[in-house]
Design a protein around this ligand. Structure first.
Ligand code: NOJ
Length: 564
């Protein structure tokens, strides 16, 4: 089936993590007025859609991914009036806003949970997942929380355990309860009626659990193990997502992207193909798990180009005819793209541009994470006391108890910790990178004096303007959005190459992934056509554009446009 044209396929999304974006009132925490101040900056960059990480009321156990009131704004971020102003100002500039929908779980401070835990016969009891312990009093099953320890917390009042896949302040909602589902759909419609342009749905493929919540396989006899087999892509997930579409989404012209750890291309097609009416696209995790060993995210493993290419190509092909890809290399949960996949020293600018091109020329909707357009890098704080992220801190404490050294753990955190992405956006070279006039809630990356938006805006060769160019190309060339995808030079050890084709137009994309000088040959079938340079991160002489063989410079990327 030929895919339909959609505005969300033609868009570029920019993710804002509000806490770290821009602080307007000097309390050290980013806020909604701070975002409003930067809308012109985003407009200049050229993005179409802003994805706002959660801005709802929250005790901030997990920086807003623990929501205590879905219809109110977090005090530190401002008021609903500020939010209304933000939406109006964004829309005035032609920018759309999608909200983060976090409904696998709420905060334990949400009124539903406050009621639920009061008694077994409370009307809200069944909004959450309560179970008695096993016969010996231990947890109802062996699932491990994403933030370390058990997924179960014992509650003395009613002498039962409740389920929390994330922190104990993030109890899982019971999606088997139809009233819960209706509450969620009502809330979604309320935001849609206010004018939001869609939702990014947090771990949305976790909402259906295996009935009976059985123990997960545990061949090594560990205390707790990943229970994903019983809550990822569970038995009723398609039913729930389709119901959500029918009840909340279908009457609005909006976009949806489901965050889905543990999803493969086959499932992704089922979630995103149009006739299934579930979500428009998913965030898959396979390519950001390639540098993790069997022990999970903190089990470090080097990344190689062959694995990355194989994976990305697999996704491109699987969703070429049906469904739709989201394209991302970093977000608020992942290390910085240039540090992880590129070279954040000597070739920072070149490799940031190369990676951006690799991603933006693929088929799918690209996502830019705040600061990515400046080539912001990972941070390496020297002491664990500088870190704020609950996942990082829980892991650190648990592994210290198991005997790992401070040095070993800091090394892991420097490479994989979520705070790499959460240091404040570097706006200029003044104190705290111009993020705040107060004391930032988390320290600024010390490299802000060299890497910041002010410098980037003054330099026509900057990464910022390179992104602007990439976005323009997408907006002006259908081949970038709707062209077919095929890999080139499939076995090359240094170059990630592919082509996109639509009618008589072809794009040839050559990305040098390393600092060597690999050779590239233009395939015979494209040598005769009318060839021009679409975009590149080094200057290429006019004569060289026409040569059929050339060497790429370190981290060089070239995209050729060929017309038959
Ligand atoms: C995924 C979010 O992106 C992450 O930041 C959060 O901690 C978990 N879901 C739990 O909501």
């Amino acid at each position: 089936m030929q895919q339909s044209k959609q505005w969300w396929k033609e868009s570029v999304v920019y993710q804002i993590y509000p806490r770290s974006f821009n602080d307007s009132n000097g309390d050290g925490i980013g806020d909604l007025q701070g975002i409003i101040e930067k809308l012109d900056y985003l407009k200049k960059l050229g993005v179409d859609v802003i994805w706002l990480s959660p801005v709802y009321k929250s005790p901030n156990d997990d920086n807003g991914y623990d929501i205590s009131d879905y219809q109110n704004i977090m005090d530190e971020f401002g008021t609903m009036k500020d939010w209304d102003q933000l939406l109006a100002e964004a829309h005035k500039r032609g920018l759309k806003i999608i909200m983060d929908l976090v409904v696998n779980h709420s905060s334990d401070e949400h009124k539903w949970f406050v009621e639920s835990r009061k008694s077994k016969d409370n009307p809200y009891r069944d909004y959450y997942i309560w179970r008695p312990g096993k016969e010996d009093g231990s947890e109802p099953n062996n699932w491990e929380s994403a933030f370390s320890g058990s997924t179960w917390e014992y509650d003395e009042t009613t002498e039962e355990y409740y389920l929390h896949i994330f922190s104990k302040k993030q109890p899982d909602l019971n999606w088997e309860n139809p009233t819960v589902r209706q509450e969620v759909y009502d809330m979604m419609r309320w935001w849609l009626d206010k004018g939001v342009d869609g939702f990014r749905m947090d771990v949305i493929n976790f909402i259906s659990k295996t009935p009976g919540l059985p123990d997960a396989d545990n061949p090594e006899g560990k205390k707790y193990v990943n229970g994903g087999e019983h809550f990822m892509n569970g038995p009723r997930i398609h039913e729930f997502l389709h119901e959500m579409y029918v009840e909340a989404i279908k009457d609005y012209d909006v976009m949806t992207v489901g965050e889905m750890p543990g999803v493969g291309p086959k499932e992704a097609v089922d979630y995103t193909k149009e006739e299934n009416e579930e979500v428009n696209m998913v965030f898959q995790f396979e390519h950001v798990d390639l540098d993790s060993g069997p022990g999970g995210k903190w089990d470090l493993r080097p990344l190689n180009l062959a694995d990355l290419r194989e994976n990305l190509v697999k996704w491109q092909k699987a969703l070429e005819k049906q469904g739709w890809n989201s394209l991302y290399m970093n977000n608020h949960d992942q290390p910085r793209m240039v540090s992880r996949f590129g070279h954040d020293g000597k070739y920072r600018e070149e490799s940031a541009k190369m990676l951006a091109t690799l991603l933006h020329m693929m088929r799918g909707t690209p996502y830019i994470y705040q600061g990515e357009e400046l080539g912001m890098t990972n941070v390496a704080f020297e002491s664990i006391d500088e870190y704020k992220d609950i996942e990082t801190l829980n892991m650190y404490n648990e592994k210290r108890e198991e005997g790992l050294s401070n040095e070993e753990l800091l090394k892991k955190i420097h490479i994989k910790g979520r705070d790499n992405a959460r240091t404040p956006v570097q706006w200029d070279d003044s104190d705290h990178a111009g993020f705040t006039t107060g004391t930032p809630w988390i320290k600024v990356n010390p490299n802000y004096r060299e890497i910041n938006a002010k410098q980037a805006l003054e330099d026509s060769e900057s990464i910022f303007y390179y992104y602007q160019n990439l976005i323009n190309l997408r907006h002006n060339h259908d081949v970038v959005v709707y062209g077919s995808f095929d890999v080139l030079m499939e076995d090359d050890e240094d170059v990630f190459a592919y082509k996109r084709e639509l009618a008589d137009e072809t794009l040839l994309v050559y990305c040098n992934f390393y600092d060597g000088k690999p050779r590239v040959e233009i395939p015979a079938e494209f040598r005769e056509g009318d060839r021009s340079l679409f975009i590149s991160n080094y200057k290429v002489d006019r004569d060289e554009v026409q040569s059929n063989e050339f060497l790429l410079k370190p981290y060089e990327v070239r995209v050729y446009h060929v017309k038959k």
